[in-house]
Ligand binder design. Structure first.
Ligand code: HEM
Length: 147
């Protein structure tokens, strides 16, 4: 399975394909939520923890839920994010946070062991890769600060 991080550059926003719907269907909503939950848990002890509301359990749980709702929606699941948060506006929603290329790479790296675990659980590598490719490219959109 090929989970490589592409070098990004500030203000370069590539076109991005959504993950294959087969990824969400094969993983299932419960396991998908656990994936995003686990990613946020690993953020807590990472170099990018300072960007997130790690000192407020309720705010952190809300952030976790919003991220899962969004990724489920983008992966072909129910439109939870639009219903509760409105328009996606991901660039604007990330604008208050100083996100540089290094932070992006850390954010992505934290997904790698979690996605490798899905492969060992029997999820098709090509589905996992399609989700990864989405994260790899779309994460470039939210970089707003020079390293
Ligand atoms: C594919 C890439 C990404 C997606 C799909 C994504 C998605 C989201 C979503 C849906 C939210 C919640 C927005 C809201 O409900 O208002 C969010 C919040 C946030 N994201 Fe991202 N994100 C991505 C990449 C990143 C990266 C690379 C970083 C930083 C390294 C980052 C940092 C944050 C922060 C700090 C918040 C605010 C947390 C809070 O609610 O306090 N995101 N992201």
């Amino acid at each position: 399975m090929n989970l490589q991080i592409t070098d990004g550059e500030i203000d370069i926003r590539p076109s991005v394909a959504k993950p294959y719907p087969g990824f969400f269907h094969e993983v299932g909503e419960e396991r998908f939520r656990k994936l995003v939950f686990d990613h946020y848990e690993s953020i807590k002890t990472s170099d990018i923890a300072f960007l997130f509301p790690v000192f407020d359990d309720d705010d952190f749980a809300e952030a976790q839920k919003h991220a899962a709702d969004f990724l489920i929606e983008i992966s072909g699941g129910p439109d939870y994010f639009i219903q509760t948060r409105g328009e996606h506006q991901m660039v604007g929603r990330h604008a208050p946070f100083r996100i540089d290329e290094k932070a992006r790479k850390t954010w992505l790296e934290l997904y790698i062991p979690l996605l490798e675990a899905l492969e060992t659980e029997g999820i098709s590598p090509e589905y996992i890769e399609s989700f990864w490719n989405y994260l790899d490219l779309f994460s470039m959109w939210v970089v707003n600060t020079k390293s």
